[in-house]
Ligand binder design. Sequence first.
Ligand code: ADP
Length: 594
Amino acid sequence: MLILILAIVSLYILDRANKVALIHSRISQLQVFTLTLIKSDNDFFDLDVYNVNYFKTRTSTALELRDSMNKRIQAEIRAVRQQTRNKGYEVDINLDAIDSTLSVYNDKFVALEALVYRKGFKDDGMEGKMRWHAHKLEEESAGPGLVNVLFLRRHEKDFFLRHDTVYRNTFNRAAVKVMRDMARFHGDSTEARTHMLEYQRLFNELVNIQSQIGLSNKDGLRRELNELTSALSNQYFLLSEYSLRQSVQAQQNARLFYIAMLTGAVFFSLISGLWISRRLSEPIARLSSLVRMSIVHKKPGPIDFNVRHAANEINALTAAFNILMHQTNAQLKEIQSKSKLLKRKNRQLKKLNRELDNFLYSTAHDLRSPLTSLLGLINIMRYDNQQENLVVYFDMMEKSIQRSDAFIAQIVSFSKNKRLLIKPEQLDLYQLVEEVFEGHSFPAGNGRLTREIVIQEVTPFYSDRNRVTILLNNLISNAIRYSDPGKEQSYIKLFLTVNELEATVEVRDNGIGIGPEHIDKIFDMFYRASTDSKGSGLGLFVFHETLKRLKGQVRVTSTPGEGSSFFIILPNYYKTLEVPTASVTEKKALYEAS
Ligand code: ADP
């Protein structure tokens, strides 16, 4: 749109400059024609007044030229007017002045030419007639009267030679003398008298005509024509100067406009070039930074980014890049997750390897130690023949075997947990808890160690029986094992709550407690928190592995000398299985009855 407007304006300015230049050249042409006209008029005066041919035909080259110039002048004036009309040029006023001056000039010239023609030359016109009468007078005035006639002729010739009116007076005075001579020498020669009178009349009339024409350049019509020529010259000077000024101004305007347009175009092309290059480079820069982010920093960048106002090629590149980014991101994510998995597996493998080493060493050691004890006891029994000591030795042997059995039982539990799939079933928690306590030959009614069991089963609890048994077994056996012998009253409290989502179990005791430095490690394989520990250090490890299989969680709080609390959360598989359930109240009644 802007370019269209600029093109129209530039065409207008160019057109105006051309028109003004054309008007100027036409005015110059007009000036040349007018000068030629004036020159032809001057030629007419300088040559044709003495040109017999002119007086015979009343035509001459100068007059023909002037006619043709006049026509061309009028045509030029019309053409200039045509171009300047209604266009806001002030040429018209000057042109009008020139036209009217020219018209007066022409009128004057026509009058002058008529006078010249009337005046005549040599044998033609008034001058011819006068000369004829003069010759006749000369012929008639032979003798003494001829002298004055010749004087008369002399005054006449002086006038035509010098164009001075003083010769009219001298001529007329001489004419009086001639008339007197005529009366004296020729009597009443009417013929000579007639010639004389005609000669005098015509001479005086010619003097009058010559006076009208102008005795010199500075009189009569010739003066007027000269003045008009000067006026024309001035008017042409003004007009020419004005049109030149206009032409220069128009050219300057055009030049200024083109310079401004050129500067604007250069500026515009620079700005638009910059703008376009920035627009083109922006998406490329964004693409590059995304590539850098994704490839160099190995961070998957945002994908599906849109590029607005980009060229088709860049849009295609962006689309291709988006596809590439999708693929790269997917691959990167896959690699990252696989590498995480690999690292985790590696850690697990290393841990498992360490545990296996420990396990092998400790198992061998722990399995051998009760056997060594047994061998030693058998040797002692072989040499000690005291019958009463045998019961003590058998007790010791039994404990050794029990330790070995408990240890092997832990390994079996561990192995079962690893091997067997989780088989959720509805658990009778009251019965399960009772069995666990019974399994530890909990001395019922023992005054020193009491137990408290609180079970809130809002929803039936579904889980893997074997694993839940392992968990409770370990917690309760530890609570019994690490009860504080120094305390008058030891207790084990078990709180069990079940809802649709999970079961929470807390086993709390007031036993010897665990030092804070051990809390983080008690779930490690073969870790014993105290040197007095009577176990293998395998129990809580098996407990933890089993809990992990059930996707449970544990939190331990313990204060040495005060007691410990193991709080676990187990997921309830109630929702995931459709197993027929016995009503909760029904089961509670059953438990209380037992
Ligand atoms: P252990 O067979 O020695 O009992 P565990 O793995 O069952 O091994 O327990 C690890 C250690 O944690 C034990 O040696 C013991 O020192 C400590 N421990 C576990 N339970 C309790 C508890 N209820 N009271 C005090 N100490 C405990």
